[in-house]
Design a protein around this ligand. Structure first.
Ligand code: GDP
Ligand code: CA
Length: 337
């Protein structure tokens, strides 16, 4: 295999990509060439504008992680970060004060915003930013594409007794960062998704791939939004490449993050099997040929196979690069069977 395409959110996707690339370079992935190319199609529905800056959290998490600039503890933003600009903004009383914008990170957003303001599409801007982060380590072998160049934003409806309608709609960032996903999400609305189109290169990356991987990213607000871009799901259904995913739900709950809170809002059972069946078998109009679950969820394999999805139970905790590479190898083994 020479061409792998991965549909990624932020932290879960980025960690998986680190392990995948580690596996490729160490020859730990059966059937994958040592110089295989990896195209990442990243979620952009978490993006927002703040203090006049365009911020793309998932693109940046992937870019910083693969370029070794990420803060490893936080899992987002830059390492060795300082927060002077944030403190100064707070001293002016400028809202919102709850969103973390580090000084180093701000430089990325300034460059991005200037290029966007000059008329460049997000895909071109991302390519420019990746010259700093991806090219030195990976050359042309790793490409990072936003799912779309269009403005698409995830909004979340929550109960609000003080509002006349009894509910309030907040941007995904407010739900996640300010409210810490502690209130139930009633509905998730992805504003602009129906009118969006895939960014240049995205459909080809699916059609021309030798393998498409869905990492253990959030099924609602990461992979779910990517699959919502018109044309994308069809490209996945019809590509000659096998499509295989890895469950972000282990033992009935998410490992990190907030998949649990959001799956309920779209009526999907919080289980590895529930998410696999939600994506569905390609043979039945869904997007998956294979779905890996954690060994703790081995009892769900039979049901998944019954729905036409090849399935196996293996350790799915991304504890280090070797463990994650082993997950990627198992995913490949599943559909190569
Ligand atoms: P985000 O955009 O930063 O929220 O990141 P993603 O959507 O890419 O990934 C978040 C998801 O990764 C979480 O909902 C977790 O369920 C999942 N996750 C994180 N760490 C692990 C892990 O070690 N193993 C598995 N199977 N899933 C994980
Ligand atoms: Ca995200």
């Amino acid at each position: 295999m020479k061409k792998l395409t991965v549909l990624s959110g932020g932290m879960g996707g980025a960690r998986f990509l680190q392990g995948l690339l580690h596996g490729i370079t160490t020859g730990a992935l059966p059937g994958v060439d040592a110089d295989a190319e990896v195209t990442v199609v990243a979620n952009t529905a978490d993006d927002w504008w703040i203090h006049g800056l365009k911020v793309c959290p998932d693109l940046d998490t992937v870019m910083y992680t693969l370029g070794d600039g990420i803060d490893p503890e936080r899992g987002w933003g830059r390492r060795d970060e300082t927060w002077s600009a944030k403190e100064e903004l707070a001293a002016y009383g400028v809202e919102p004060t709850w969103f973390g914008l580090g000084d180093r990170d701000i430089a990325t957003h300034l460059v991005r915003t200037q290029l966007i303001d000059a008329g460049y599409p997000l895909s071109k801007v991302t390519q420019a930013l990746c010259k700093r982060w991806l090219t030195p380590a990976w050359g042309d072998r790793v490409r990072l594409l936003p799912m779309t160049d269009d403005r698409v934003e995830t909004h979340v409806a929550i109960a609000d007794p003080e509002s006349p309608s009894g509910r309030r709609v907040v941007h995904f960032q407010e739900y996640w960062v300010r409210l810490r996903a502690e209130v139930a999400a009633e509905t998730v609305v992805v504003v602009g998704i129906d009118d969006s189109s895939p960014a240049p290169g995205v459909l080809d990356a699916l059609t021309d791939a030798d393998l498409v991987l869905l990492p253990p990213s959030n099924p609602v607000v990461s992979v779910g939004t990517i699959l919502g871009v018109p044309g994308l799901r069809d490209a996945l259904r019809t590509t000659a490449a096998p499509v295989v995913g890895l469950s972000p739900i282990v033992g009935g709950s998410h490992v990190r993050g907030m998949a649990e809170q959001l799956l309920a809002s779209i009526g999907v059972e919080v289980s590895a099997g529930g998410v696999g069946r939600h994506y569905g078998a390609r043979s039945a109009g869904g997007v998956l040929d294979g779905w890996l679950v954690d060994e703790r969820d081995a009892d769900q394999v039979a049901d998944l196979e019954q729905s036409g999805i090849r399935s196996a139970a293996v350790p799915l905790m991304m504890t280090d690069h070797d463990a994650t590479a082993a997950m990627a190898a198992a995913a490949i083994g599943l559909v190569g069977r």
